[in-house]
Design a protein around this ligand. Structure first.
Ligand code: GN1
Ligand code: MG
Length: 368
């Protein structure tokens, strides 16, 4: 089936002009569809959901529908008091009224509305941008805070449970393929040592959950910089996209993910490790934006673990990339050989930088 014919299955007016590949995201295949009538144009996002990552795309869509319906109601009811216009993608149904289209090969496709006049970036462009990323994340967490958790299916068991990733890594590293990749690369062996030195640290958040110090709440799951949309007109954050991973978890996973992606100006695909670091000024502005929204719902115990979450999520993502590299790249899409090894090097370097700047980062958190 052609992309054009798949795009026409969804309930949007006009004829398909073109379907453009959007080369972003490590999991799903993403396209921009342009449709026109004689007097108007509409654009929407078309995605094929990765079944290597999400075994039940139908449940991913049920979650997304439930969350967006809930959040749209919230945003509408708050709109008259809000000082900005918040946007959130809408699930565009198929002509038959389903949340997804199933093609003849068993592929799951969905259509989502585009966020109007807004842009996202792969790397941070200014301190103001970092502030907005924090602000948008805190706002989204507050909007979904009382979404009933029992209405969400767990479509990705173990997501952000670092000790679980460590277990998977331990079984992958024993395989012949992994041993060959390790033997062939001193960088890979260095990362393996880096992981060994941080084994005890990996359970810091889950231990706090176990002790009852931290509690699960609905979270975004993937609030990296490129999922945050900045309004082209005002320069302010207007939306957070990519709602595949909304589920109960720790707000720390979100905070850590936002920090690791926003406060490393070199970005997660950097090749030159010397540019990879946590920028303390960007961290300060991100935290100030985040707390404007999150102060009202964070407990003292939550705040105690914010530093650790930044360190942990950088480490965790490094570990996930590294394990995938050793496992033959079955989870994260790659464009070149050893890309997942390179991504792992970046996150581990960032983790190290976060460790080296610990006292400065903690001071920022204590001061705001
Ligand atoms: C994946 O492909 P994308 O942008 O949706 C991954 C995130 C990672 C991110 C790193 C479901 O997100 O956890 O942080 O790559 N998503 C999933 O870029 O594993
Ligand atoms: Mg995602």
């Amino acid at each position: 089936m052609t992309l054009e014919s798949i795009a026409s299955k969804f309930d949007a007016p006009g004829q398909v002009v073109t379907v453009l590949n959007i080369d972003t995201g490590n999991i799903n295949d993403t396209y921009r569809v342009i449709k026109r009538t004689t007097y108007s144009e509409i654009q929407f996002v078309l995605q094929r959901i990765s079944q290597a990552v999400f075994p039940r795309p139908d449940l991913v869509m049920a979650n997304m529908k439930a969350i967006t319906d809930f959040a749209h109601e919230r945003l509408k009811s708050q709109a008259s008091q809000s000082s900005r216009i918040w946007q959130l993608p809408r699930v565009i149904p198929t002509l038959e009224g389903s949340d997804y289209f199933l093609d003849a090969e068993g592929g799951y496709w969905r259509a989502l509305s585009m966020i109007a006049s807004a842009t996202s970036h792969e790397t941070v462009i200014s301190p103001e941008h970092a502030h907005e990323a924090g602000y948008v994340l805190g706002h989204f967490q507050s909007v979904i805070a009382d979404f009933p958790a029992d209405k969400l299916e767990d479509t990705l068991p173990g997501f952000h449970i670092t000790p679980g990733y460590l277990k998977q890594y331990d079984s992958v590293i024993k395989t012949d393929g992994a041993q060959q990749r390790l033997a062939a690369s001193s960088e890979a062996r260095r990362i393996a040592d880096f992981v060994e030195d941080r084994r005890a640290f990996a359970s810091i958040l889950e231990d706090a959950v176990e002790r009852g110090e931290l509690k699960h709440r609905p979270i975004h799951g993937d609030p990296k910089i490129s999922n945050i949309m900045i309004d082209d007109i005002t320069g302010k954050g207007t939306a957070i996209v990519d709602l595949d991973t909304v589920k109960p978890g720790l707000v720390h996973y979100d905070f850590g993910d936002c920090v690791r992606s926003v406060c490393n100006p070199a970005g997660e695909e950097a090749k030159d490790l010397k540019n990879v670091l946590v920028d303390v000024d960007l961290f300060q502005t991100l935290v100030s934006g985040y707390l404007k929204q999150a102060r009202s719902f964070l407990t003292d115990a939550d705040r105690k673990y914010l530093y650790d979450s930044a360190r942990l999520i950088a480490f965790e993502l490094g570990l996930r990339f590294f394990a995938d590299y050793l496992n033959g790249d079955t989870y994260f899409k790659i464009n070149y050989e050893s890309q997942n090894l390179n991504r792992a090097r970046v996150q581990m370097k960032l983790c190290e930088s976060i460790e080296m700047r610990e006292s400065k980062l903690r001071r920022v958190l204590d001061a705001i």
